[in-house]
Design a protein around this ligand. Structure first.
Ligand SMILES: [Zn+2]
Length: 360
């Protein structure tokens, strides 16, 4: 950030918000709790394939599953006029019937017709061999597909201590920079790569794996600040705290003040890589308040290009909520830039107001 005024203390503190420097914090948490679930559900791919199913034919995968095993099946399909495929999930006996062209049974919800892209979860009712059938028999044209099935496995959370120290460190840094009522941070499996704020924050362990796999690990830090944005704006009673674009802008502004533009870029890269065409189709079915990914990436790049404007706009909002220590640092700054000089004065005014004896 190009502000020459002394954001030194704020910057110094916020820089410590990264995983590498967490160990510098030994201060115990005041009133908040970081709760890491003792077990986590990790998923392993049991099918991950591209294939083509010609017209008037079918193809299938076998799945060996124990009773109670959970499999998430994701299918993308293109081809023909409508990019649709009929799927069937059946057991051995019913697969024989299906092959013979006879009537067969499946489970409710386990055999959807997929158009362009779809996913569903199957819970194996018994230990058995199951067949995932891609049935293109009623179509003339071939279909190109990507099929992925992930089996969920519950295991002790081996990363528990790391998660706890990372979030305790970040929370403590937040407390040193901002004034706010305490909230808790939960780290757990959610069955999806996501995070939530209510205003307690939930970070899903699936998210860590997802950003690692996609080569943009820093995107997790962006998402954490996105949730922090929801939580703090909520706790400060600001309108629009639940607006997704506002939370993205908060995260971008705070990260820019910390000179962490790379983190914003990685997050933008992560969202830009998501398939926004398929996503906009899904958005009609699922109530999701987030802008589609490509739009979020575009917003973030746009804000990065207006760094000074965005930073000073957010600084105006943050000043009443900064700790005395940070305000003192800002208030002793000097700048020839009128906007920055205004922020310096504003920090000084806030401090004076806090120190004035209140009339009874
Ligand atoms: Zn959000």
């Amino acid at each position: 950030m190009k502000l020459p005024i002394r954001f030194g203390r704020l910057l110094g503190m916020l820089r410590l918000w990264t995983i590498a420097s967490v160990l510098l914090f030994s201060v115990p948490l005041a009133n908040a709790v970081v709760i890491v679930a003792p077990t986590e559900t990790v998923s392993e791919a049991v099918i991950d394939q591209r294939l083509r199913v010609e017209g008037s034919s079918y193809s299938y995968f076998t799945l060996a599953l124990k009773a109670g095993a959970q499999v998430r099946i994701q299918i993308q399909v293109a081809g023909g006029l409508d990019s649709t495929i009929q799927t069937w999930l059946v057991d051995l006996n019913n697969f024989q019937l299906l092959k013979a062209g006879q009537e067969f049974n499946t489970w409710e919800g386990a055999s959807p017709q997929i158009r362009q892209q779809g996913s569903y979860i199957f819970n194996a009712p018994a230990t058995s061999i199951y067949y995932l059938v891609l049935d293109n028999r009623s179509n003339l044209f071939g279909r190109d597909m990507t099929v992925r099935a992930e089996r969920s496995v519950t295991a002790p959370n081996s990363r528990g201590a790391l998660f706890r120290s990372v979030y305790e460190g970040r929370y403590e840094a937040l407390k040193q920079a901002f004034i706010f009522p305490d909230f808790d941070i939960h780290v757990q499996s959610c069955g999806q790569s996501n995070a939530f704020s209510n205003p307690n924050i939930t970070m899903c362990t699936e998210l860590f794996d997802d950003v690692q796999r996609k080569g943009v690990p820093a995107a997790e830090l962006f998402i954490f600040y996105h949730e922090v944005g929801h939580s703090l704006l909520n706790l400060w009673h600001y309108p629009g705290y639940d607006n997704e674009d506002t939370a993205d802008e908060f995260a971008t502004a705070v990260l820019m003040m910390m000179d962490q533009q790379d983190v914003v870029l990685q997050a933008a890269q992560w969202w830009a890589a998501n398939d926004s065409h398929a996503e906009s189709g899904v958005k009609l079915l699922v109530d999701d308040r987030h802008s589609i990914s490509i739009q979020r990436a575009r917003n973030m790049l746009n804000w990065l290009g207006r760094e000074d404007e965005i930073a000073s706009r957010w600084m105006s909002i943050l000043i009443p909520n900064l700790t005395d220590a940070v305000l003192e640092d800002i208030a002793t700054g000097e700048s020839e830039n009128p906007e920055q000089a205004r922020l310096v004065r504003s920090a000084g005014n806030e401090l004076r107001q806090r120190r004035q004896p209140h009339a009874q």
